[in-house]
Design a protein around this ligand. Structure first.
Ligand code: G6P
Length: 480
């Protein structure tokens, strides 16, 4: 296992002239960008690490985060040129801070209360304690004047803790999920503390401008902050905080390159063949989460079959639902519900040769995902609320020959960038059904025009551009 001790990591990356162990650029996220593998660690899938790894190498950086298992004390180590600084969480902290406050309080509250958020003081106490621990890990490692970029809703209190103890730092925060309107946010018993936590940053980034506006409105309503629009003024010294939108993206080139590989195209043909060569393959790819609108999608599909607007054998629907947060109650219920629905649909409509819904509760490597994207004539993204939805962007990146139709929820942040998708309100089942049929029947020329326009968007606006834009803006607002 490529582990180094706390002392060796800084020696290899020590900042010129400083005492060992301090960094000019720190990323702080709930999870480290690696997963355990048989022989050590492997880089986790996802664009964030792809975008940040080169910046970290260039700028003497480190990543602070949790290793993903309970009760593990792992020393800082290097992985593929990045310094990783683990923060330990006990089993009880995982239950209270991660499963509880992060994923059963904040997650549903920030996603339109699709599921009812639970408010427990013991969860809040653990959230505060764990945020403090992440902040302390940063404080021990941040060089004078360093840039610290905190990621996502699990760590909203970190900016203010850093600000209070180290005013020299340049502090950015990016919220990957939606930020709710004040009318919903106000339910949170600790709303003021959370807002004050975020207001410790110089720049608070969101996926959509509406999220940024929601945050600024809540900040002015529930704290003493003032200012106008995206410019928030905090405290007696009127410190300036900006709330702006930076829509995240993917490593477009990587997905597009994989899609061009002959063996991946062959795999896509194989997938279609294994399904009995249906005329149309529809695909859904989601973490198994109640925000994703999987049951709305299944309902539309079932009704289309019942009304014989589509036929099994001609249309097959593949639903990949990757396991997620399985110890949280809502997620357990959701799994039962979805699997019950899939069973009912298949029981009613399968033939001996063909299946209606091919449901896969697995994680797949990126190569297999790209093969699925290539096999899918219609991609269904029907989230009820989603900060961005990178699956929609990955599908577009994989369709290098300009074919394929994307049905995309207007409640996913991606709909701001992928305007040529077939946009839907997933609550409107009749509208969703008509849109699915329109996607299946879309003329090649129309599909190609739409797909090419979407591809142009994500080729320019990839994840590297996203992180560069955020960090340049942070430098600008801190005069760095
Ligand atoms: C969303 C969140 C991320 C989170 C991911 C997976 O995309 O914005 O912060 O890491 O879901 O969820 P998990 O709870 O497994 O980290």
């Amino acid at each position: 296992m490529a582990q180094h001790t706390e002392r060796t990591a800084p020696e290899t990356k020590a900042h010129g002239g400083r005492t060992g162990g301090s960094y000019d650029f720190l990323v702080v996220a709930n999870r480290l960008p690696v997963d355990r593998a048989e022989a050590g660690w492997k880089r986790s899938p996802g664009g964030l690490v792809t975008a940040l790894a080169p910046i970290m190498e260039k700028s003497d950086g480190a990543w602070v985060g949790w290793v993903g298992c309970p009760d593990e004390e792992v020393e800082p180590f290097e992985h593929e040129g990045m310094t990783l600084i683990p923060v330990g969480l006990s089993a009880s902290e995982i239950e209270l801070y991660y499963e509880g406050f992060s994923n059963a309080t904040l997650w549903p509250l920030y996603h339109d209360v699709i599921a009812p958020p639970e408010f427990h003081r013991a969860w809040w106490d653990a959230y505060r304690r764990v945020n403090e621990r992440f902040a302390v890990a940063v404080l021990a490692r941040a060089a004078e004047g360093a840039t610290v970029w905190i990621q996502d809703y699990q760590l909203q209190l970190v900016p203010a803790i850093l600000r209070e103890r180290r005013p020299d730092l340049k502090i950015g925060f990016f919220n990957h999920i939606p930020f709710p309107p004040p009318e919903i946010f106000s339910q949170l018993p600790w709303r003021r503390q959370v807002l004050e936590g975020l207001l410790g940053a110089d720049l608070v980034g969101f996926q959509r401008s509406n999220d940024a506006r929601n945050f600024a409105r809540s900040a002015r309503r529930y704290t003493s902050a003032g200012g106008n629009g995206a410019h928030i003024l905090v405290g007696p010294e009127q410190r300036s905080v900006r709330a702006e939108a930076f829509p995240i993206s993917i490593d477009t080139q990587r997905i597009s390159d994989l899609a061009r590989r002959p063996e991946i195209q062959e795999r896509a043909r194989q997938i279609r063949h294994d399904l009995g060569d249906p005329k149309t393959i529809m695909l859904g790819v989601d973490r198994l989460d109640y925000t994703k609108g999987i049951s709305h999608r299944l309902k539309a599909f079932e009704e289309l079959l019942t009304e014989e607007r589509i036929q099994v054998g001609e249309v097959t629907f593949i639903q990949v639902a990757s396991p997620s947060r399985e110890r949280v109650e809502h997620y357990r219920h959701l799994r039962e519900e979805i699997e019950g629905t899939v069973g009912r649909i298949n029981g009613a409509f399968d033939t001996l040769q063909h299946t209606a819904v091919r449901y896969l509760h697995h994680n797949y490597p990126v190569e297999e995902m790209v093969a699925l994207y290539l096999a899918a004539d219609v991609m269904l993204v029907t989230a009820l609320r989603d900060g961005m939805n990178l699956v929609a962007k990955e599908y577009v990146a994989a369709r290098f020959n300009g074919t394929g139709a994307l049905v995309l929820s207007e409640f996913a942040g991606a709909s701001d960038q992928l305007k040529q998708a077939l946009l839907v309100n997933p609550h409107d089942i009749a509208g969703l059904k008509d849109t699915i049929v329109a996607a299946i029947e879309m003329p090649r020329g129309t599909a190609s025009r739409r797909m090419k326009a979407m591809r142009r968007q994500i080729i320019v606006h990839n994840v590297e551009e996203w992180s560069a834009t955020f960090l340049n803006r942070l430098a600008e607002v801190t005069h760095g």
